[in-house]
Design a binder for this molecule. Structure first.
Ligand SMILES: [Zn+2]
Length: 293
């Protein structure tokens, strides 16, 4: 959504939020919330143009200007904490995006589902679409709860909230804690949970970026995607080789049914059949010819 917005659009969207606040159509809290998320998905140069404008705006209180500036430097910028260098390259499509961008894209997908609901109701054919409607409502509800969770986790990650360094009882199971080099990345739910736990024992805490800094393995989904791609590549290569062999096999006569080069293999009854293995599996032919020789 925000990817296709021009810098000018993004800038006017940020400025519009400030105007709405000044017209008292937004509370201060709502303004800061909107700015936080919008600035997170806006190019840095556009944000600094916006912030220059805010700082030069005589109608805003110093205290609000200060808060907006701090919102960016202390919070939003941290959302893009540096990931392991080579990780993006390891991604099959080298998709790179920040955590807030992911959340924004989920929100826009949820918005699209609401339009789908209108379409279901408004379709100009008499149909009972109750089950289709229900399916989309369920999907939207699932997305909403996932978005809420992701937002909370994103805030913790971005703000550098201190988390408990391990799950209770993890040690007893002999599993490496998430914050150790052998650990795995956390789910949003786990981040939220460990943030709550961390508040109870503040003496033993670590923020998310620090905790995962020693990890050597990429996130689970990335690994799965890479493995799936690798299998696809291997299968494609095997298919290519098989086709090549069958093409070569076709160019010679079949040792089993003795079909001439270029002619299809035939069963004993004389009907065309799939190529006999001995015609295209070179290894079998070679060992046969060695035996014959
Ligand atoms: Zn044959």
């Amino acid at each position: 959504m925000n990817k296709i917005q021009s810098a000018d659009d993004q800038l006017s969207q940020l400025n519009r939020a400030v105007e709405m606040y000044q017209k008292k159509r937004l509370s201060r809290r709502a303004l800061l919330d909107i700015l936080k998320w919008d600035m997170a998905v806006t190019e840095e140069s556009t944000v600094s143009t916006f912030l220059d404008g805010v700082r030069g705006n005589q109608t805003l209180t110093d205290d609000l200007i200060d808060e907006i500036t701090r919102l960016y430097t202390e919070n939003v910028q941290h959302w893009a904490f540096p990931e392991e260098g080579g990780l993006a390259k390891a991604l099959p499509e080298a998709v790179e995006g920040t955590f807030p961008e992911l959340i924004q894209s989920l929100k826009s997908a949820r918005g699209a589902l609401s339009n789908v609901l209108d379409k279901i109701v408004g379709v100009n054919v008499r149909l009972n679409l109750r089950s289709s409607y229900g399916a989309v409502v369920d999907a939207r509800r699932l997305m909403s709860s996932e978005i809420a969770l992701l937002e909370r986790a994103c805030e913790h990650v971005g703000a550098g909230t201190l988390l408990a360094p391990e799950f209770p009882g993890e040690d007893d199971l002999g599993q490496p804690s998430w914050s150790s080099p052998g650990g795995a990345p956390l789910s949003p739910k786990q981040i939220v949970w460990l943030a709550d736990l961390g508040q109870k024992r503040p003496e033993l805490t670590v923020n998310y970026a620090e905790g995962i800094s020693a990890h050597s393995s990429p996130p689970q989904l990335v690994t799965e995607r890479i493995e799936a791609r690798e299998w696809e590549r291997i299968r494609a290569e095997e298919n290519r080789r098989l086709e090549e062999r069958m093409r070569k096999g076709m160019a010679r006569s079949c040792p089993r049914c003795e079909s001439a080069p270029g002619a299809a293999c035939r069963s004993r009854a004389g009907t065309e059949t799939t190529m006999h293995k001995g015609r295209y599996i070179v290894l079998a032919r070679t060992s046969q010819s060695i035996r014959r020789g």
